[in-house]
Design a protein around this ligand. Structure first.
Ligand code: SF4
Length: 380
């Protein structure tokens, strides 16, 4: 007789494995795969959170899905995919066990869509209600918001979670049609990010983020970054994630080439210029095809074009002007402003003591006390 034994929750988590590998959860998304703990469970990833790096349980309510996004390993009809589903109380209890054992210190919870977005969102919320209420967990939780989730569901999710994600996937409806033909860009996705900002205005503190799949369907950097700028300025977005496309076998995009890792990096660098350095998207050094150069940091490319012939005087520049110099970020700019109230800055070595790690790289773009700083060839 063939007796079928249902897998335990831990076995299901192992079966689910690295299911959220392509969904960043924290503040250093490009490091998340690298920081995975070899000795730990496959669902545990080291994630940079606002309170430091934490081992986070990244998992899904279900890896089954009724939608058919062209890039996704969980899409409906992908026969090779083994599907795993959790009940909210089962997943909550397992998280509690792992959390009490010190194996995880946070949760990222996503899901495929089964019986509609509203039903699926309810399961995500139910899981976290149990974790917060029954088990009294107060730490980091990052929840996915399903396309088309209701306003009250979003509000409840934001009351429960540290952070919520509404993944736009693409910068326009046209690009989204080529990636995820059953998703509606404005009504199902963008509207939820606008609601998230509206909900924050009522005192709910959860942050909101989004993710783009980059490089599968002709999307350009200018499209992605123009939308990112709008989201930062108008919808209070905490950050945009740019996940380079990687083809998955047995999907409609399996023969499309992977996007280069350098593109992801240049998008993140540009996104920080928009969010943290107050740049406008028009100032970014796009090539005629609407993309950034892959071989150079966008801030350096801008400085090469604008500052080599008109360097910035460190003793007189405003904070924003100082942050235009490659190698000088918000913290270093503040240190310079503090230091120059007390003394003249005349030497690159003084900049090093103010937290600028490689002042010789900033040297071509600045003046110290009216002089171009002498630069030496590095011997070692
Ligand atoms: S809705 Fe989500 S899980 Fe389902 S196919 Fe699309 S991306 Fe994958």
């Amino acid at each position: 007789m063939n007796i079928h034994k249902a897998p335990s929750t831990i076995e299901k988590l192992a079966l689910m494995g690295d299911s959220t590998e392509f969904e960043p959860a924290g503040d250093r998304p490009r490091d998340e795969k690298r920081l995975k703990r070899a000795q730990s469970m496959p669902c545990v990833t080291e994630v940079a959170t606002p309170t430091g790096a934490l081992p986070v349980m990244k998992t899904m309510i279900t890896t089954a899905c009724e939608r058919n996004c062209f890039y996704c390993p969980f899409r409906a009809g992908r026969g090779k995919m083994q599907r795993v589903t959790f009940k909210p109380d089962e997943l909550a209890a397992t998280f509690d066990q792992l959390q009490r054992a010190g194996i995880v210190k946070g949760m990222f919870l996503s899901s495929g869509i089964i019986k509609g977005s509203v039903t699926t969102q309810d399961k995500i919320i139910d899981t976290v209600e149990i974790i917060r209420r029954k088990y009294g967990y107060k730490g980091y939780i990052h929840l996915k918001i399903m396309p088309g989730a209701e306003f009250d569901q979003l509000r409840r999710a934001m009351q429960l979670a540290t952070r919520v994600s509404v993944n736009l996937e693409a910068p326009t409806q046209q690009r989204l049609d080529a990636l995820a033909p059953k998703k509606n860009f404005a009504d199902e996705l963008l509207q939820r990010l606008a609601w998230a900002e509206q909900i924050r205005q009522t005192g709910v503190r959860s942050s909101s983020v989004t993710q783009f799949v980059v490089g599968a369907v002709g999307d350009t950097d200018v499209e992605l970054l123009a939308l990112s700028e709008r989201l930062y300025r108008q919808m209070g977005l905490a950050r945009a994630y740019y996940s380079r496309f990687n083809p998955v076998s047995d999907t409609p995009l399996e023969n499309v080439s992977a996007a280069p890792a350098a593109r992801e990096l240049r998008l993140y660098q540009s996104s920080f210029l928009l969010r943290d350095y107050n740049w406008n998207v028009e100032e970014l050094p796009f090539e005629p095809d609407g993309n950034l150069r892959l071989d150079v940091d966008p801030k350096r490319a801008w400085a090469d074009a604008h500052l080599r012939l008109a360097p910035i005087e460190v003793m007189q520049a405003s904070r924003e002007e100082l942050m235009r110099i490659p190698g000088i970020g918000p913290r270093a700019a503040s240190s310079i402003l503090d230091a120059r109230r007390e003394r003249r800055l005349t030497d690159l070595s003084q900049l090093r003591t103010l937290g600028i790690r490689a002042p010789e790289q900033a040297a071509p773009y600045l003046l110290l006390n009216g002089q171009r700083p002498p630069t030496q060839m590095r011997l070692f």
